[in-house]
Design a protein around this ligand. Structure first.
Ligand code: NAP
Length: 276
């Protein structure tokens, strides 16, 4: 009998926009691996049933995207510390017995991208400003806390959501009013936009960006467009700007390695292929 060809994919609703099939497909062909990575459109009401069926169909693991990330963690038999702390999973691996193991690799992707884009960046002594308190912000806060960032100002349009996050990531996180975001821009060493503002089809960031200055690192999770208004203003001010595409590429590394047995590289060629 021939060895089984690994089958993996991404589960979401919608899922057609996901760049993950193109990304994993590029790695499969680069490393000459016999495997498949496909999009699965699954409605929330069918999520559990689909998940239970997947290991029986030979699926070794799936990435999970909107709107299933919280349900994925809740349905898992086992979860990593990161997934628990972040409160969501973006990677599920199936055991031979059908068991489900949940991980969250967004925090890894964020930090790997930051370190690749700003190699001189150091966590020690750093003061950071995080804009937004949604799902992505949780992964960013986890990564910054794990790295040992000294002070994190968290601002969000809806202050209560930020307050709830500050209760989870207690030590370095201070909630500040959304109205103070512009003033705080100049007072920190690292600025991270985790809101959807600036994304194609969304409004731009609503406050002045003229506080940005040389010596800072500014990163935006939004990657469509690649060069957001925030990153353009950062570059114009002489700050180091790190775009969000790298986070998407790096967060996929642990999944590819686990399911297809090869630690893949993230490089310019991959960025070009994924951008099409
Ligand atoms: P989410 O959970 O829906 O959170 C959205 C955030 O944006 C919230 O903080 C929300 O504030 C804020 N926001 C939305 N509209 C706003 C407005 N008009 N004014 C002020 N704040 C506003 O979404 P998410 O999953 O965290 O994703 C956020 C962004 O990160 C998206 O653009 C997503 O594509 C991107 N992302 C990128 C990567 C990557 O790999 N690069 C990974 C994950 C996410 P309220 O709490 O006040 O609503």
């Amino acid at each position: 009998m021939s060895a089984r060809v690994p089958l993996a994919g991404v589960v979401g609703a919608p899922v057609g926009h996901s760049l993950s099939p193109r990304l994993h497909g590029a790695w499969l062909s680069r490393y000459g691996i016999a495997g498949h990575y496909v999009p699965f459109h699954v409605a929330p009401s069918d999520f559990e049933e689909a998940l239970r069926a997947m290991p029986k169909m030979g699926v070794v693991g799936v990435n999970v995207t909107i709107p299933h990330k919280v349900a994925a963690l809740e349905l898992a038999d086992k979860a990593s510390d990161a997934a628990r702390a972040i409160g969501a999973a973006n990677m599920l691996t199936f055991g031979a017995d059908g068991s489900v193991e949940a991980e969250n690799t967004d925090h890894y992707g964020f930090m790997a991208n930051l370190r690749a884009g700003a190699p001189d960046w150091r966590a020690a002594g750093t003061r950071a400003l995080v804009l937004g308190a949604g799902g992505a912000a949780r992964a960013v806060l986890y990564a910054l806390c794990e790295a040992g960032v000294a002070e994190i100002y968290l601002v969000n349009r809806t202050r209560e959501t930020a307050e709830r996050l500050a209760e989870v990531f207690v030590d370095p996180v201070r909630v500040a009013p959304w109205e103070d975001a512009s003033d705080l821009l100049g007072a920190v060493d690292l600025v991270v936009n985790t809101t959807s503002l600036g994304m194609t089809g969304q409004p731009p960031l609503t406050f002045p960006l003229d506080g940005l200055r040389a010596g800072q690192v500014v990163t935006d999770l939004v990657y469509a467009p690649l060069e957001t208004e925030l990153l353009r203003a950062a570059r114009a001010a002489g700050a180091m700007a790190v775009d969000g595409l790298g986070m998407l590429l790096h967060q996929a590394v642990p999944a590819f390695e686990r399911w297809f047995g090869q630690r893949p590289d993230v490089d310019e060629d991959l960025r070009r292929t994924v951008l099409g």
